[in-house]
Design a protein around this ligand. Structure first.
Ligand SMILES: Nc1ncnc2c1ncn2[C@@H]1O[C@H](COP(=O)(O)OP(=O)(O)O)[C@@H](O)[C@H]1O
Ligand SMILES: [Mg+2]
Length: 250
């Protein structure tokens, strides 16, 4: 697909990012710029630091070296209250989905909003309705997570990130563990978020059909560095054996 919505504004800028745990260096040197409205897919073998990158971006992990600028602000060294203001503009879809099991769908969706100091109570119900409509699950509002299928849980988790009108959404393996039909539905939802809200997305996935559908650019992580970057069509034709490995089973 074309780079629709991207207008050259860099919303996320990662420079010289290194992350070590003790002696073990997971990320060696990551350089990445993402423009507003762009959808980037991050490929890499399990355990290579994809989730670590996402966690560094929202400051759940502190980089060992390097800088991360979000909306033009150097995130790493900001005080916690400033970090929270930036985090509020970033939706994070965790790998596990992570709904609160003891809360209804409505309560799950309200939760991130009522934690904001300035929320308006009268906004809650319309916001919940709108977010559920965006993921085509309006009927699920009073259900408990245990009553939802895996794909529905992912949709609700996405609806919950929409409650704060995110400008960036980070997706950690949004289709892993889902059947191909449901995976395809989630991939289309990701695409819709981009089109409807011009949201900037960074998606960690092994799902090549998903990457093909949504990605403006695909980046491939290997041994702590980005080893390849390009459109789906470019990378699919890559002569690099490592890169090919991701595409050959699709
Ligand atoms: N909080 C942590 N403390 C120590 N090691 C970690 C932590 N988070 C991740 N790691 C290690 O970093 C490596 C990359 O992890 P991760 O980013 O989760 O991989 P993946 O690419 O599968 O998402 C793994 O070896 C993991 O054990
Ligand atoms: Mg991971």
């Amino acid at each position: 697909m074309d780079n629709n919505g991207a207008n050259g504004d860099i919303v996320l800028e990662i420079s010289g990012l290194q992350k070590s745990f003790g002696d073990y260096t997971v990320l060696e040197d990551i350089e990445l710029e993402i423009s507003k409205g762009e959808t980037i897919v991050l490929l890499g073998k399990s355990g290579t630091g994809k989730s670590v990158i996402l966690q560094c971006i929202i400051g759940l992990l502190i980089p060992t070296k390097g800088t991360i600028k979000v909306f033009g602000e150097e995130f790493t060294n900001l005080p916690e209250d400033k970090k929270n203001l930036i985090r509020r503009r970033i939706g994070f879809l965790f790998q596990s989905g992570a709904l609160y099991d003891s809360m209804t769908v409505r309560q799950n969706l309200e939760f991130p909003v009522i934690r904001q100091p300035d929320y308006k109570k009268s906004d809650l119900t319309p916001k919940v309705e709108e977010a559920l409509k965006n993921v085509s699950l309006s009927d699920a509002v009073d259900k408990m997570p245990s009553e939802l299928s895996g794909g529905m849980k992912k949709r609700i988790a996405l609806a919950r990130t929409l409650m704060l009108d995110p400008e960036i959404i980070l997706y950690d393996e949004p289709t892993t563990g889902l059947d191909p039909v449901t995976s395809n539905e989630i991939s289309h939802l990701i695409l819709e978020m981009q089109k409807k809200f011009n949201v900037t997305s960074l998606i960690v996935t092994h799902d090549i059909p998903c990457a093909k559908l949504v990605a403006d650019r695909i980046i491939v992580l290997k041994e702590g560095k980005i080893t390849a970057m390009g459109s789906y069509d470019e990378l699919e034709k890559s002569e690099d054996e490592f890169v090919r490995g991701f595409f050959e089973f699709s």
